[in-house]
Design a binder for this molecule. Structure first.
Ligand SMILES: O=P(O)(O)OC[C@@]1(O)O[C@H](CO)[C@@H](O)[C@@H]1O
Length: 321
């Protein structure tokens, strides 16, 4: 993939993120919000925003509710993201994020989203097909909106592959399982999502690495498994590393996985070797966790963390749990 080739991000279920800071958040009680912020979000949109920090040409598509599209349209204009979203009648969902600085927790309350009709889905496929002509990479990220069949992501992967593009998938559940069968170039499950795919919990680092290697043998070029604050494992046929972020004061974990995917895609566009892609992706994720909101407004904080990320080859280290 070349640096000047467009990255297409597909967000079928975007969201307005309403992040509420609630010190001492208590279930079943009346909670008072100390601070609130609203961000146009959704995984593919967050990834698109972050990729623009690397000056990569980015086109965003998926579905957007026409009634509150303004927040997203302003973002696309400000960040130079080509807006190729299919509009749906109604409002894009709002996802509530409750950040408790005392318990150091982030709780996601994600709504189902708008249901696209068959013509909307057809419009999405022809948009991805059209955008693919100038693109090097298609990133399909986030949950599926209600009413879509689980195989939609796999079909988009197949379309990208047929056009000779790399396809990156960050989704979960049955959609991830079907997408894996279509052999995308890169997947980034967390350990929970990997466990759901395998039908058993994945506990130790050895286990994660063994399963990632199996997926690579099955035809996926890069498998990244995020381990939360412990970092992530990155496996390809020729190399495998674990990357550990420095200890940081976590503010909100919303968007950390998106930042990891964006770092991997930016590293790919720059032709970086796996250890350097892993370093960049891990620094991006840590930088997002250290601030409120799902995205960075400049790349500085991620750059500052890069040299503090410890990247170790998996062959050479003892694989403790
Ligand atoms: O419900 P999904 O599609 O799985 O996730 C949606 C979401 O939680 O993902 C982003 C953070 O990764 C947020 O901007 C958004 O609210």
């Amino acid at each position: 993939m070349l640096q000047e080739q467009t990255v297409v991000t597909v967000t079928m279920n975007p969201a307005v993120d309403l992040a509420c800071t609630v010190p001492g958040f208590a279930l079943g009680e009346v909670n008072r919000v100390a601070r609130a912020r609203t961000d146009p979000g959704g995984k593919g949109i967050n990834i698109a925003r972050l990729l623009r920090l690397f000056n990569l040409p980015v086109a965003g598509t998926g579905f957007l509710g026409a009634d509150n599209a303004g927040l997203f349209e302003r973002l696309f204009q400000q960040r130079g993201i080509q807006d190729a979203f299919v509009r749906l009648p109604g409002e894009t969902r709002t996802d509530v994020k409750v950040v408790d600085p005392e318990a150091k927790t982030t709780t996601d309350i994600n709504c189902p989203g708008l249901t696209p009709d068959t013509p909307h889905l057809a419009a999405l496929f022809s948009t991805v097909d059209r955008l693919s002509r100038d693109a090097g990479l298609v990133v399909i990220a986030g949950s599926l909106p209600p009413g879509l069949e689980d195989g939609v992501v796999a079909k988009l992967v197949a379309m990208a592959r047929a056009r000779g593009l790399r396809a990156v998938v960050d989704t979960s559940g049955p959609a991830l399982a079907e997408a894996i069968a279509a052999k995308p170039s890169l997947i980034k499950p967390n350990t929970l999502e990997l466990g759901q795919y395998l039908g058993r919990s994945v506990e130790s680092l050895e286990d994660v690495v063994a399963e990632a290697r199996a997926l690579v043998r099955g035809g996926i070029e890069t498998v990244a498994v995020s381990l939360g604050e412990r970092g992530a494992v990155f496996v390809e046929a020729e190399a495998a590393v674990v990357a550990r972020p420095p200890q940081i004061e976590a503010v909100s974990t919303v968007g950390a996985g998106d930042a990891m995917v964006a770092g991997l895609c930016a590293g790919l566009a720059r032709g970086l070797p796996l250890p350097e892609r892993a370093r960049l992706a891990t620094a991006m994720a840590a930088a997002v966790v250290a601030q409120p909101g799902p995205c960075l407004s400049d790349i500085g904080p991620a750059r500052a963390l890069e040299s503090l990320v410890v990247v170790e080859p998996l062959e050479a280290r003892r694989m403790e749990s």
